[in-house]
Design a protein around this ligand. Structure first.
Ligand code: FAD
Length: 458
C-alpha cells in the first residue's frame, strides 16, 4: 500500500517516509563523495549571464521590477555590505570560460541502440556543444545565446540563504505554478507566457479555487475524461478534484523543488545578529513544517530521482562504454566507481517509483509533449531569477529534474528504442539535484527533531 506510484501520496501515515529516509542514509555518503570530490561532478557549465528573461522585462539582469528581489531585504541599508542580498547571491570563485568550438575536438556520435553515450568522448569538465533533441525536457543551453556559458564550481557556491525575496522571487514562483495549468489541446507554450500575452496567460483559464464552508480550499480543474482520479486529499486540506495524473506529477515536482530550496535556505541561514551561518527553525516552521504537503512533495521527488538514478546505473558501466574523463583513464575509473556506488545503492530497494503509469492512455503522446513543453518553459523561467547563485541552482535543478524525466520516460521507450544521448551537463545536473534532495531530507529530519525537542520542553 505504501509503494510510491505517481498516484500515491507520500505521507507519515505510510511507511514510505521511513523507507526513503533509510535509503537516504545508505545513499548519502556515496552521493556526497561523488559530488564533492570529483572534478566531473563538482563543476557545472551554465549560461548564467547572457540570456534575457524571455517572459518579462529584466532590466539590469534582474526581474525588471524596481521593488524586486535582490534589493528587498528589510532595512537593507542597515545591513553591513557583505550581508546584503546582492552580495550573498553573488557567485564566488574563478569562473572558467567555455573553451569555444575551436577547442572541441569532435562532434559527439549518437549512440547505438541500447548504449548511452557511446562515442561521446568527454573530458572531466569540458563538454561538447550538442543540440538537445526533441526528447529533452530542458532548454538547450545555447538556444538564444551567443555565449556558451561558464564553468562554475558548485562547491564554492553552495545553495543557501541569499536574501533574494520579494516581488521578483514571487513572480518567478507564480509563473512556475501557472505552468501547471494544462490544457486539453496543445498550444504554443513558449508564447503563452510571452511578453505580448497577459500575465495570467491562457493556461490560467482552466484553474479555479474555491473555499468550502469549512474554509478548506478546493482546487477545481478541467477534467480529463480518460483518466479520472479519485479525489486526493492532502494533509493540508488542499483538495484537488478530477485532476489528471500527469498534471499532479508536474505540480509535485515543482512544489518539491521549491520545498527543497526552502529547506536549504532555512538550514544554511545567515543570522544577521551574530553573523553565523546556522539553521533557522522559525524559517523551517513557516515554510515547511506547517505544510506537510510540501514536505510530501519533496519526498516524492526523492523517490522519483532515486528511481531515475537506479534506472540509469546499468548504462554507465565500463562495459557500456560511457567515458567520464577522456585522456585520463585513472580519473575516469575513479569517477565511474563513485557513480556506480551511488546508482547501486539507489537500486538497493525495490522499484521505488512506478513511472509506467504515466502517459499510457490514448492521449499519452500529446500529453507527454505538453508536459515536456511546460517543463521547458520552467527552465526558461530560470533566466528571470534575479540572484546569480539562486539562478545557478535553479537552472541546475530544473535541468536535473528534466534529465530524470528523460531517463524515466524516454529510455526503454517502444516508440524510440534507441537510448537518448545524455550530455555531461545533464548527468552533473541529475546527480547534484539528487544530492540536493538528499541533504534536504536530512535537514528536514533534523528540523523535525528540533521541533519535537522544543515541544517537549514547552
Ligand atoms: P516563497 O518561497 O517565495 O513562496 C511564494 C509562495 O509560493 C508562498 O507564499 C506559497 O504560497 C507558495 N509556496 C511556497 N512554498 C511552496 C511549495 N513548496 N509548494 C507549493 N507552493 C509553495 N532564496 C535563497 O535564499 N537562496 C536560494 O538559493 C534561492 N533560490 C531560489 C531559486 C529560485 C528559482 C527562486 C524563484 C527563488 C529562490 N530563492 C532563494 C528565493 C526563495 O525561494 C523565496 O522566494 C524567498 O525566500 C521568499 O520566500 P517567501 O516566504 O516570500 O515565499
Amino acid at each position: 500500500a505504501c509503494a510510491i506510484s505517481p498516484k500515491a501520496t507520500v505521507s507519515d501515515a505510510c511507511a514510505s517516509y521511513a523507507t526513503l529516509e533509510r535509503l537516504n542514509r545508505n545513499v548519502k555518503p556515496a552521493l556526497d563523495e561523488l559530488t564533492q570530490t570529483t572534478d566531473f561532478f563538482s563543476h557545472y557549465r551554465v549560461n548564467l549571464f547572457h540570456k534575457k528573461c524571455p517572459f518579462w522585462d529584466d532590466e539590469n539582469g534582474m526581474c525588471g521590477n524596481i521593488a524586486c528581489a535582490v534589493e528587498t531585504l528589510d532595512n537593507e541599508e542597515d545591513i553591513p555590505p557583505v550581508w546584503r542580498a546582492k552580495e550573498l547571491g553573488k557567485l564566488e570563485g574563478p569562473r572558467a570560460q567555455h573553451p569555444g568550438k575551436a577547442v572541441q575536438k569532435q562532434e559527439p556520435v549518437r549512440p547505438l541502440k541500447g548504449k548511452l553515450g557511446e562515442g561521446v568522448g568527454e573530458s572531466c569538465v569540458v563538454e561538447y556543444d550538442d543540440e538537445c533533441d526533441d526528447r529533452d525536457y530542458c532548454v538547450p543551453e545555447d538556444e538564444s545565446a551567443t555565449s556558451k556559458g561558464d564553468y562554475v564550481s558548485l562547491l564554492r557556491n553552495p545553495e543557501r540563504f541569499t536574501g533574494y525575496a520579494g516581488d521578483g522571487a514571487r513572480q518567478v514562483w507564480d509563473a512556475i505554478y501557472r505552468e501547471n495549468c494544462f490544457q486539453r489541446s496543445s498550444f504554443p507554450h513558449y508564447a503563452a507566457l510571452g511578453k505580448d500575452s497577459s500575465p495570467q496567460g491562457p493556461a490560467a483559464m482552466d484553474f479555479k479555487a474555491v473555499l468550502d464552508a469549512a474554509g478548506r480550499q478546493h482546487v477545481l480543474e478541467q477534467t480529463r475524461e480518460h483518466n479520472p482520479l479519485t479525489p486526493f486529499v492532502a494533509n493540508t486540506g488542499l483538495e484537488v478534484e478530477d485532476e489528471c495524473l500527469e498534471k499532479r506529477v508536474f505540480y509535485r515536482v515543482m512544489s518539491g523543488m521549491h520545498a527543497s530550496i526552502s529547506a536549504h535556505l532555512c538550514w544554511d541561514f545567515l543570522n544577521q545578529t551574530t553573523g553565523q551561518w546556522q539553521p533557522n527553525l522559525d524559517c523551517y516552521k513557516a515554510r515547511l513544517h506547517q505544510f506537510p504537503e510540501r514536505i510530501s512533495n519533496l519526498y516524492f521527488n526523492y523517490a522519483l530521482l532515486s528511481r531515475a538514478i537506479a534506472k540509469l546505473g546499468p548504462y554507465l558501466t565500463a562495459e557500456q562504454g560511457y567515458t567520464f574523463c577522456t585522456g585520463d583513464p585513472a580519473q575516469d575509473a575513479e569517477t565511474r566507481e563513485k557513480v556506480l556506488a551511488v546508482t547501486t545503492k539507489a537500486a538497493s530497494v525495490p522499484q521505488i517509483f512506478d513511472e509506467s503509469l504515466m502517459f499510457k492512455n490514448g492521449e499519452g503522446p500529446s500529453l507527454k509533449e505538453d508536459f515536456r513543453n511546460r517543463f521547458r518553459n520552467v527552465s526558461r523561467l530560470m533566466d528571470c531569477v534575479g540572484c546569480d547563485k539562486c539562478r545557478l541552482w535553479g537552472k541546475l535543478q530544473t535541468a536535473g529534474y528534466g534529465t530524470a524525466l528523460k531517463v524515466l520516460f524516454e529510455f526503454d521507450n517502444n516508440d524510440h528504442p534507441e537510448v537518448p544521448v545524455l550530455k555531461r551537463t545533464e548527468l552533473v545536473a541529475l546527480f547534484n539535484t539528487y544530492a540536493r534532495l538528499s541533504s534536504s531530507l536530512s535537514a528536514i529530519q533534523r528540523f523535525r527533531a528540533m521541533v519535537e525537542e522544543e515541544e517537549n520542553k514547552g
